[in-house]
Design a protein around this ligand. Structure first.
Ligand code: GDP
Ligand code: GDP
Length: 447
């Protein structure tokens, strides 16, 4: 991407101009005396032309000499990296020896240099720009970062220097980035109060080598948490309450069905947390029905297993109880965890990835129809109104969860029992064990 570096001595208004260009009021500025601010890079666009801007960093007021070598180093580094320079000078203070030093460095490059005479807060002060022609650059612009004055003219000149191939490449880059962002797995953690949702989230976020950041969600009080682990990106949805909870008790209100439902609808994968001490309760059945209703890929977590005797038969018993009670989510894998002892966390993360991948999987029509023939040979569909039910062929539709269109003779003849049989077998043969799949029956004549 075409790179524009904002250079100049301290306090001329580089970061103010940077912020003006990227359209934000404030960049990250470290106000610690004696400490240099790191360079800040942002992508932006002007008149639909994308480019990258770099604020080469600031230095504290006062002792400029001390920082001269540092300034030089910063700018010299940018001579190679950047394609164009905005050389900011201070129109209020006038030309200084340091400006001349910087000009010398910039003259070494064949790349375009635009001089921005900043702090021209009033058009009547425009004549202040003339002394800066002494720096030896043709293009000198009066600007006021604070009054937003002149910045448009400056940017008009910037984009004139950006070649078409750079614009094309940049647009491609932006598209690619968007695509990669789409691969963030959105996860909703649901369950009844006190099942251990907050504890589990904290245990996950505490995983080794994890990178965690807050992302404002769709509505005002929603905070999502972006989490990177093992090369995978997860976005935990509506985690404001879950993450604050360790400090403040928001009570049950915060975890209203409405909130759960919103997160659930947005999720790619739902993690349903159940308290091992209680097993699946009435409330859990209701939550699981929501998961089923929205055909969401899901994982059932039985948390607090540290509270149970650590014996195989005990663990199997609770698993069976949950499986039986939530029989309508046969595809959801069960993971046993202890948020308290941080057990089962890695396995949970792996399952989230696995479930997500299965939910996105596509099978070829050939493979699908071979599987179908195999299943039909196991058990033929029952008769319908005295006639044999027939499945001619099937095809997978776009999107997730996996959805299969079955062309049949009498769609209305396919009842729940046989549909379950088909679903379960398709899942097993085609490797969708952990994904909800959907079957749609259509009469052949309506093709
Ligand atoms: P940097 O060190 O070059 O990045 O400079 P800053 O952007 O931090 O600005 C230094 C000081 O100049 C701050 O106090 C700004 O408020 C002020 N400043 C920046 N731009 C303007 C401007 O256009 N007009 C006036 N009057 N002050 C400005
Ligand atoms: P939430 O309401 O679902 O977010 O549940 P919390 O995470 O606030 O946990 C509710 C209670 O269960 C708290 O007292 C936790 O300390 C406790 N808890 C959570 N996870 C575990 C666990 O794995 N083992 C044990 N023994 N207690 C847990």
């Amino acid at each position: 991407m075409f790179r524009v570096a904002i250079v100049g001595r301290p306090n001329v208004g580089k970061s103010s101009l940077f912020n003006r260009i990227i359209g934000k009021r404030k960049a990250i500025v470290e106000d610690i005396p004696g400490v240099t601010r790191d360079r800040v890079v942002a992508k932006t666009e002007w008149l639909g032309v994308p480019f990258e801007v770099v604020d080469t960093g600031g230095y504290i007021e006062g002792d400029e000499d001390k920082f001269a070598p540092y300034i030089r180093k910063q700018i010299e580094k940018e001579l190679d990296l950047s394609d164009l320079f905005i050389f900011v000078v201070d129109g209020k203070e006038g030309l200084t020896p340091t400006d001349k030093d910087i000009a010398k460095i910039l003259h070494k490059t064949k790349k375009p240099v635009l001089v921005a005479v900043n702090k021209i807060d009033d058009p009547s002060h425009e004549d202040r720009i003339y002394e800066f022609y002494e720096l030896g650059f043709d293009k000198v612009f009066p600007v006021s970062s604070i009054q937003k004055y002149g910045v448009g003219d400056l940017l008009d000149e910037v984009v004139k220097h950006i070649p078409d191939y750079e614009v094309e490449a940049a647009k491609e880059e932006i598209k690619q980035e968007k695509k990669e962002k789409d691969e963030v797995i959105k996860v909703a953690i649901v369950g009844k109060p006190n099942a251990g949702k907050s504890s589990l989230l904290n245990a996950i976020l505490g995983e080794e080598r994890a990178v965690v950041s807050n992302i404002p969600g769709t509505t005002r009080d929603v905070i999502d948490t972006l989490f990177e682990w093992n090369g995978h990106k997860f976005l935990f949805l509506d985690t404001a309450g879950l993450r604050k909870k360790s400090k403040v008790d928001y009570g049950i209100e915060f975890f209203s069905v409405g909130r759960t439902l919103e997160a659930l609808k947005r999720a790619d994968v739902v993690v349903h947390v159940i308290d091992a001490k209680e097993g699946a309760t009435e409330q859990d059945t209701k939550i699981a029905h929501l998961i089923q209703k929205y055909s969401k890929p899901a994982i059932i977590v039985i948390n607090k297993i540290d509270t149970l005797p650590q014996r195989k038969e005990v663990l199997n018993r609770i698993k069976n109880q949950v499986r039986e009670r939530l029989y309508f989510l046969p595809y959801a894998p069960i993971v046993l965890t202890s948020a308290k002892q941080k057990r089962g966390i890695k396995q949970l993360l792996q399952e989230i990835v696995e479930v997500y991948n299965q939910a996105w999987k596509r099978v070829g029509t050939g493979q699908l129809n071979r599987a179908l023939q195999q299943i039909l040979s196991l058990r033929q569909p029952p008769a319908y109104r005295g006639k044999p039910l027939k499945i001619y062929y099937a095809t997978q539709l776009e999107g997730k969860p996996p959805c299969f269109l079955m062309f049949v003779n009498y769609p209305e003849g396919f009842k729940e029992h046989y549909v379950r049989f088909l679903e379960n077998n398709l899942r097993e043969i085609l490797g969708f064990e952990k994904a909800p799949i959907k079957l749609i029956f259509r009469g052949r004549d309506r093709e």
